[in-house]
Design a protein around this ligand. Structure first.
Ligand code: ADP
Ligand code: ADP
Length: 227
């Protein structure tokens, strides 16, 4: 579903991502792990187009993701992105956060967008918060809202950038449960995480980065059974 070929991203003289190639198959759950600063987030951001790599190519369903191409936006919208710091719009209610893109980007009617939004809020257990503003929610609730917001765009793949790293420990589990549920339903997922329990039990495959390079790539089972 996703193919990354020879991707390199530099920040000044620092090679944050150094000639990385990888593939994600439909339905796969892949965790990107490795030390802080190893380039995990940058790989994910380059896949989504939040950063522009100097070298390399990203394909989604065999189609090149290139801002110069006519169907670029449409392709990009097939990828959901969940940020470490939620990135909800603070001046909008939960419901408004969820309906914004379906209305503006997918040209849904207000009614239809609301219906979709409520359906996903229900799935993450937060329908009763639909009229709250984000600052009234806990970190775990904000992240579940952010996941629901992504799902409203009907993505084919979800990219998660350290979705639980900004959360208090007691809220990590409620977010991981939502992600685990998604995985079970067959969503294709790439997850940058320090949660080794999640990587071990939910991921099909683990990619280990160091200094911008892939050091090891293995099934989660093989990766975690090493001495
Ligand atoms: P990880 O996700 O593995 O912690 P990152 O991809 O966030 O690593 O960062 C990789 C390296 O690139 C780090 O050294 C980081 O400081 C640097 N970096 C990331 N984003 C930027 C940026 N926008 N400007 C400058 N350096 C950056
Ligand atoms: P997110 O919620 O997206 O993970 P973060 O709070 O982790 O956001 O910050 C990531 C942002 O900071 C990115 O835009 C990244 O490019 C930038 N960044 C990361 N490391 C550095 C760095 N060393 N210098 C400058 N910008 C950086």
């Amino acid at each position: 579903m996703i193919k990354v070929e020879n991707m390199t991203k530099q920040f000044n003289s620092l090679k944050a991502v150094d000639d990385v190639s990888l593939e994600i198959k439909k339905g796969e759950i892949v965790c990107l792990i490795g030390p802080s600063g190893s380039g995990k987030s940058t790989v994910l951001r380059c896949i989504h187009g939040l950063e522009k790599p100097e070298k390399g190519a990203v394909y989604l369903n065999d189609q090149l993701l290139d801002p110069k191409e006519e169907h670029y936006r449409e392709l990009r919208n097939k990828m959901g992105f969940v940020f470490q710091h939620f990135n909800l719009f603070p001046n909008m209610t939960v419901l408004e956060n969820l309906t914004l893109a379906p209305i503006q980007v997918m040209k849904k009617s207000k009614e239809e967008a609301k219906e979709i939004a409520c359906q996903y809020l229900k799935r993450v257990g937060l329908l009763d918060k639909k009229d709250e503003y984000p600052n009234k929610l806990s970190g775990g609730q904000k992240q579940r809202v952010a996941i629901a917001r992504s799902l409203c765009m009907n993505p084919e793949i979800m990219l998660f950038d350290e979705p639980t790293s900004a959360l208090d420990p007691e809220m990590v589990i409620e977010v991981l449960e939502v992600m685990q549920e998604l995985a079970k339903e067959g969503m294709t997922m790439v997850v940058v995480t320090h949660e080794m329990g999640f990587a071990r039990t939910v991921a099909d495959r683990v990619i280990f980065l160091e200094d911008g390079k892939i050091i090891e790539e293995n099934s989660s089972k093989a990766f975690f059974s090493q001495p």
